[in-house]
Design a protein around this ligand. Structure first.
Ligand code: ZN
Ligand code: ZN
Length: 698
């Protein structure tokens, strides 16, 4: 007897074949089974989905094709895994086939039936004993004990708000241990923003669990694995063999049949948001997955995202508590006090000063003593805002609580919120000064400049000092970042200049001074999330200083901030190391302006040969959705060029969609997709378009 089965395959996102395809099979196939199916002249990997429904792409009059084969020796993907994929696809407006197949290792797709058979025959490895050093397990602090008791007694999800050095990792380790003690089959997913920067975490997990569970109890999942490694690790997780999966955002889709605990470390990190294809937030999906699988979820951070902070608000007289449970660990274990924050008022410095004399003196003194210095540049590609160097005027939008962005190409100022556009003024509209320029620039030659300023300084051994720069440019070659970091660790570098890359997770033991040179661009940015990122970056950088106790005795650690706005509330909160105060002030502003988390956003981006064509497509889409948007109280804003408007001769435009109800926004997007697809034919010049739900930058 022949069975009709429904199969998810990866069809191009805009082909219109969004859902499952129907095939015939001689044998019944369990949903979740991996199969090979013919499509056109090709053979594709597919996942058997639930029974076909009338809406699936299957013209009843057509002869159905037969599946080619089922992949042997590999169990079906679980119903919850399929539900996760289905949810992610519908929430982020992509096809389930695309999301499902992107979540599977490429070798499942690329190996032929013969190759796969050979792969299966490979002898299963005997579990290897762990040969690393056994670690002494630290006694938990009172704070850690309390937090662990709360995690054990409550459902979560938990926001673990712990200072740098408060021992969040020890909480993750012990929570994992508790889960495994209760159920030896249990699996634990630990996510980190960038695995290359955190081999220490992998080592700590291995050292803790391998002695009991074997060296293979932990596998990693990230983009720098070879296809063969990725398949091996994926199979270990899928079979339930691996107890712990440590990975980057892609790991949120790992097939783990016995998943019981999910940890998202540094949950505020923007790297958890995928920036192409299905633009999912791995952190948000982790919370959803936890609910789906009844697994506990711990989101950890010293500077949580304002969304998570808001979701974990305690109950007040007027309002019930948020849906996350907030757990705080304010103390630093054996790390001493956080560094003293010193602010330099740049208004009092000579025009165009890059390093104030006070800062230079402090740097000289420390380098002479053999200490290291971190110079932090804030160059996170913020959209440029114009600034008058005389009176402090900035290119605010008269209609929004947003700054208009300087578009170099056509010399305009545009609001990325409401679209309001004007030509760039010749002089400052407020004082007439001709010197108006983008904020937060002028640090390109900083490294050479600093070398000149410190040319006469000597290290304790009399040698000239060494300055190194770490940023995206200096680390383009593979292995270069690791090589440069090793030099810093070895003490060969005295002053390290770099972007946010250097603030993350590195252990620079001899650093006693961190200087933030040009943070103002983030205070007045067209991106409402810029202050949040800056605060987190500065807190993280401050946490880099003073890791070595013997160093601290000689020089108390300091963080220097050079700013034209030293009294800004962000720096006030930084000085007190007071994240809750900062969050409260920011959330108040967001609430007044109805920005996330008090509203929900989506962006549609379009690319075309001309800016007119890209905008025409978006504006037509806006017209097509207008009636439904009205009904659902969804705001559709006019199309604007993107900040980086032209890339490789392709023009890019975007349009913002906003609504105070997530549900209404989702409802709108789901219906509006069809309009967008249908409009494509009338807009032949449009090369591609995509929807970004919960975008991280507008
Ligand atoms: Zn002015
Ligand atoms: Zn505006």
């Amino acid at each position: 007897m022949s069975h009709q089965i429904s199969v998810m395959v990866h069809t191009p996102a805009h082909s219109g074949l969004g859902g499952a395809l129907t095939y015939e099979s001689d044998l019944a196939q369990t949903p979740g089974t991996l199969v090979r199916v013919p499509l056109g002249s090709r053979e594709l990997l597919g996942v058997v989905w639930d029974t076909p429904t009338a809406s699936d792409e299957a013209p009843q009059t057509m002869q159905l094709r037969k599946i080619a084969s089922a992949l042997e020796g590999i169990g079906p993907l679980s119903p919850t895994w399929r539900q996760l994929v289905q949810f992610a696809a519908s929430y982020y407006q992509r096809s389930a086939g695309e999301v499902a197949l992107a979540a599977l290792p490429s070798q499942l797709r690329d190996l032929s039936t013969e190759q796969w058979a050979r792969r299966l025959k490979r002898k299963p490895k005997v579990t290897t004993a762990y040969e690393g050093a056994t670690q002494t397990i630290p006694t938990p602090t009172d704070e850690q004990t309390q937090v662990l008791a709360d995690i054990a007694a409550n459902k979560g999800p938990f926001l673990l708000f712990g200072n740098t050095g408060s021992g969040k990792t020890e909480v993750y380790l012990r929570a994992a241990q508790a889960v495994l003690a209760h159920n030896p089959q249990a699996q634990i997913l630990v996510m980190v923003p960038e695995i290359n920067l955190t081999p220490q975490l992998e080592e700590r997990f291995r050292a803790r669990f391998a002695p009991q569970w074997g060296a293979d109890c932990l596998v990693s999942m990230h983009s720098s694995l070879t296809p063969a490694q990725r398949l091996k690790n994926w199979l270990a997780a899928h079979s339930g063999e691996a107890r712990i999966v440590l990975g980057t955002r892609m790991a949120v889709f790992a097939s783990m049949p016995h998943l019981q605990l999910i940890v998202v470390d540094e949950e505020h990190d923007p790297s958890y948001k995928q920036q192409e294809g299905a633009r999912y937030s791995a952190r948000d999906l982790a919370v959803y997955r936890g609910q789906l699988e009844s697994a506990k979820v711990i989101l950890g951070s010293a500077t949580p995202s304002l969304e998570s902070w808001h979701h974990s608000r305690p109950a007040t007289a007027a309002e019930p508590a948020g849906r996350y449970m907030r757990l705080a660990m304010p103390s630093r274990v054996g790390q001493g006090a956080l560094p003293l924050v010193r602010r330099v008022d740049m208004n009092r410095q000579p025009y165009k000063t890059v390093f104030s004399n006070h800062l230079l003196d402090a740097m000289r003194e420390r380098v002479t003593r053999g200490e290291q210095i971190l110079v932090l540049l804030n160059r996170r590609g913020y959209a440029p805002v114009l600034n008058c160097n005389d009176c402090g005027w900035k290119s605010e939008c008269p209609h929004c609580s947003a700054y208009r962005v300087f578009h170099k190409l056509d010399r305009t100022l545009r609001c990325h919120h409401c679209g309001f556009t004007q030509p760039v003024p010749r002089a400052c509209p407020s004082c007439g000064n001709l010197d108006i320029s983008p904020l937060g620039r002028g640090t390109e030659q900083l490294e050479e400049h600093l070398a000149e300023l410190l040319a006469d300084v000597r290290r304790p051994d009399g040698a000239p000092i060494r300055i190194a720069r770490i940023d995206a440019d200096s680390t383009r070659l593979k292995g270069e970042l690791e090589r440069q970091l090793a030099e810093v660790h070895a003490g060969a570098v005295d002053v390290l200049v770099g972007t946010q890359m250097i603030a993350k997770g590195h252990d620079f033991r001899r650093v006693t001074l961190v200087a933030a040179l040009n943070p103002d661009g983030a205070l007045f940015s067209s991106d409402f999330r810029a202050p949040e990122r800056l605060f987190s970056l500065l807190m993280q950088a401050a946490g880099r200083a003073g890791r070595d106790a013997s160093m601290r005795l000689v020089s108390p650690c300091e963080m220097w901030v050079q700013s034209f706005h030293p009294m800004h509330p962000l720096f006030e909160a930084l000085k007190q190391h007071d994240y809750p105060a900062f969050a409260e002030q920011q959330l108040k502003e967001r609430e007044q302006a109805t920005l996330p988390p008090f509203s929900f956003q989506a962006l549609v981006r379009a690319e075309a040969r001309s800016q007119e064509a890209a905008q025409a497509f978006l504006n037509a889409a806006r017209d097509a959705g207008a009636a439904l948007a009205d009904e659902l109280l969804v705001d559709l804003y006019p199309a604007v060029p993107m900040t980086i408007q032209r890339v490789a001769n392709i023009e890019r435009a975007q349009m913002l969609i906003e609504c105070t109800s997530r549900k209404a926004l989702q409802h709108f997007l789901a219906h509006w997709q069809a309009d967008l697809h249908a409009m494509r034919n009338a807009h032949r010049q449009v090369i591609r378009w995509a929807v970004d739900v919960d975008p991280l930058a507008i």
